[in-house]
Design a protein around this ligand. Structure first.
Ligand SMILES: [Zn+2]
Length: 367
């Protein structure tokens, strides 16, 4: 969906810029066979996000994840690990990564983001403070947060965080959906509880404190429930899940239970609504023909539970199948239109679109 006919979605003048909690676009650029060989600066057909489609859809920036895929040598793939159950599915546990492979891949992904910034001629900036983020959104410069999805990217020593912080890292998911030296992620299961295994290791607890000390956001998406409660107990920052939905509406391990949502609310944190159809739909099916109203229902539920100040978007662009009506970043105005039709006024849409992210990041980064 690269061109909008008049009357579709929210009119351009009424659209607040969207700042987004999660994309996997760097991996598409790192692995051309995954990304369809596209570049970031030309409008592509494959995948979800590039600069022209961001401009078209009012995508003002987001968390750019460095996610290290399973080592091809491990033989593990999501497809081969998937088995259907009576009422859903389960994916066999992904193996831990070889630390050298993880570091090498992460370095490659980080390098790509810095190259994008250098080649953008001022159109993309890696932001390090909430003030920089706010001014990028105001001036129409695409704001990118350097984010690690899985702390194996650091290596096994939490002390490595400081050097990465100096380089620009501002957000860290302790785990992806697999174990590492710091904790355990949730395996993908439906229907199932996110309480799938042990909490954080001592190194994981130390890493949370180190994130607090430096002002790095700790992302709770993909973490299992016991790990979540460990972070809730240790962390002095708002609790944030960058790309997760409501377990009450779609009971996958990747979504947040009501108790978790209450803890997020009490910490004045936030949730980025994930557009992955498998984490939206009541039946958990990975089916693109999913109405926009399904996204609106999760927004409604989350707003009711945690408050309009604590919900934003976490698209999972280039990491998941999204509803056909969104299609890619250029389709975001459709979602804003559906939310407006669902009763969200201009003030509420601004909060959901970016204001909440800016507020939570300002509190977390303290600058
Ligand atoms: Zn993810």
């Amino acid at each position: 969906m690269t061109s909008l006919t008049e009357g579709d979605g929210l009119a351009r003048a009424d659209r607040p810029p969207i700042f987004d909690g999660h994309n996997d676009t760097l991996l598409d650029l790192y692995l051309p066979e995954r990304g369809g060989g596209r570049t970031f600066f030309e409008c592509g057909e494959a995948g979800h996000l590039d600069l022209p489609r961001a401009r078209e859809g009012g995508f003002g920036g987001g968390f750019f994840a460095c996610w290290t895929p399973p080592d091809p040598e491990s033989g593990w793939t999501e497809e081969s690990a998937l088995s259907l159950t009576e009422d859903g599915y389960e994916v066999a546990d992904a193996p831990p990564l070889d630390p050298l492979y993880a570091r090498k891949t992460a370095n490659g992904l980080v390098k790509i983001l810095f190259e994008l910034e250098a080649e953008s001629g001022g159109q993309l900036k890696i932001v390090r403070t909430a003030q920089e983020l706010a001014s990028c959104l105001r001036e129409g410069v695409l704001a990118a947060i350097l984010h690690f999805e899985g702390a194996e990217n650091l290596g096994p020593d939490p002390g490595a965080l400081e050097g990465l912080y100096e380089a620009g890292l501002r957000s860290l998911g302790l785990v992806w959906s697999r174990p590492n030296a710091y904790g355990e992620g949730v395996p993908f299961r439906f229907p199932a509880s996110p309480d799938t295994g042990p909490g954080l290791t001592d190194a994981g607890k130390e890493l949370v404190r180190e994130c607090n000390r430096l002002g790095v956001l700790v992302d709770l998406s993909h973490l299992n429930e016991r790990g979540f409660w460990d972070v809730a107990e240790i962390s002095e920052a708002p609790l944030v899940a960058t790309h997760s939905n409501a377990h009450a509406l779609c009971p996958t391990t990747r979504n947040l239970t009501d108790r978790q949502l209450d803890a997020i609310r009490d910490s004045d944190g936030m949730v980025g609504v994930n557009f992955a159809v498998a984490f939206l739909r009541e039946d958990g099916q990975d089916e693109e023909d999913t109405p926009l109203e399904t996204v609106v229902r999760h927004v409604d539920y989350l707003v009711e539970r945690v408050g309009i100040e604590r919900v934003g978007f976490g698209s999972d662009f280039d990491g998941a199948k999204v509803p056909r009506e969104i299609g890619d970043a250029s389709g975001l105005p459709e979602l804003l239109g559906a939310l407006r039709d669902g009763g969200y006024d201009a003030e509420a849409l601004s909060k959901l679109s970016h204001e909440n992210w800016v507020r939570v990041l300002r509190r977390t980064w303290r600058r």
